[in-house]
Design a protein around this ligand. Structure first.
Ligand SMILES: [Fe+2]
Length: 254
């Protein structure tokens, strides 16, 4: 753990090959992510140093913990974008998405969907509870796919309660769900089990995106250290990910 906390370790820009980050919590004070505009500026500077050049921001939408509203989040995104420019941060902001938890608040959203998405209109980042299985989540995902939403499942390697049923992941892949693993999982930030599962999923060819899931300075320090991590370096050198394709879709949309 202490490896991640080394401050002032000079990062290498190894994430240039990914180019775009599609999952992080850099809107200040709307979830468990950034606590201030100052923290957002600092964290995004670190992301830049680590090689990211463009990004989306994806605050939590979950019930009842983070009852965010899309219109409010869009407004806050425009504000932080301005602050970043004023502070000379070069990172290009591609847009504002969300990380939607499939929970009790999700069904009502389905009735009148106006999700904040990444890349193309139908790239929807969803997450499950980290702690317990939600019965019927596959059906919710199936409904989204039927409504032509392209589902990206955030950090599948972190749902350890699904470890005894690995075929669930295969089913999701066969349904057409895209997987996004966390870079920090590969570096061991969430423990050995998440790390080995992330590596295995990538080796299986199941993982479409890597992302930071950056929350605060501690994560930024971990990301900096991850640029020196051999597992992370090996994975980036050996496998291809779709991060840059998000922008192609984004540009096509315009
Ligand atoms: Fe997240």
């Amino acid at each position: 753990m202490f490896e991640f906390l080394k401050r002032n370790q000079k990062p290498e820009p190894i994430f240039e090959t990914l180019g775009i980050d599609l999952h992080n919590h850099m809107i200040p004070m709307v979830d468990d992510g950034s606590e201030s505009a100052e923290m957002t500026v600092g964290c995004i500077r670190t992301m830049w140093e680590c090689g990211f050049r463009k990004m989306y921001i994806t605050p939590h939408f979950s019930f009842p913990r983070y009852p965010n509203r899309e219109d409010d989040i869009v407004q806050r995104f425009n504000e932080i974008k301005k602050t970043l420019v004023e502070n000379g941060v070069e990172m290009e902001m591609l847009g504002i998405g969300g990380e939607y938890q499939i929970d009790d608040g999700f069904a009502p959203r389905m009735e009148n969907p106006h999700f904040l998405t990444v890349g193309a209109d139908n790239y929807l980042l969803v997450e499950l509870s980290l702690h317990q299985l939600r019965m019927g989540f596959e059906q919710v995902i199936e409904n989204l796919l039927m409504k032509d939403q392209q589902v990206i499942l955030a950090h599948p390697e972190r749902y350890l309660y699904l470890s005894s049923t690995p075929t669930r992941f295969e089913t999701l892949k066969n349904q057409g769900v895209l997987f996004q693993c966390n870079i920090l999982s590969l570096a061991g930030f969430y423990g050995h089990e998440a790390q080995s599962r992330a590596v295995k999923m990538i080796e299986n060819g199941w993982v479409d995106f890597l992302a930071t899931d950056l929350h605060n300075y501690m994560y930024a320090d971990a990301l900096r250290a991850a640029t020196h991590n051999r597992t992370v370096q090996k994975i980036l050198g050996k496998y291809k990910f779709m991060n840059k394709e998000l922008e192609i879709k984004h540009r096509n949309k315009i």
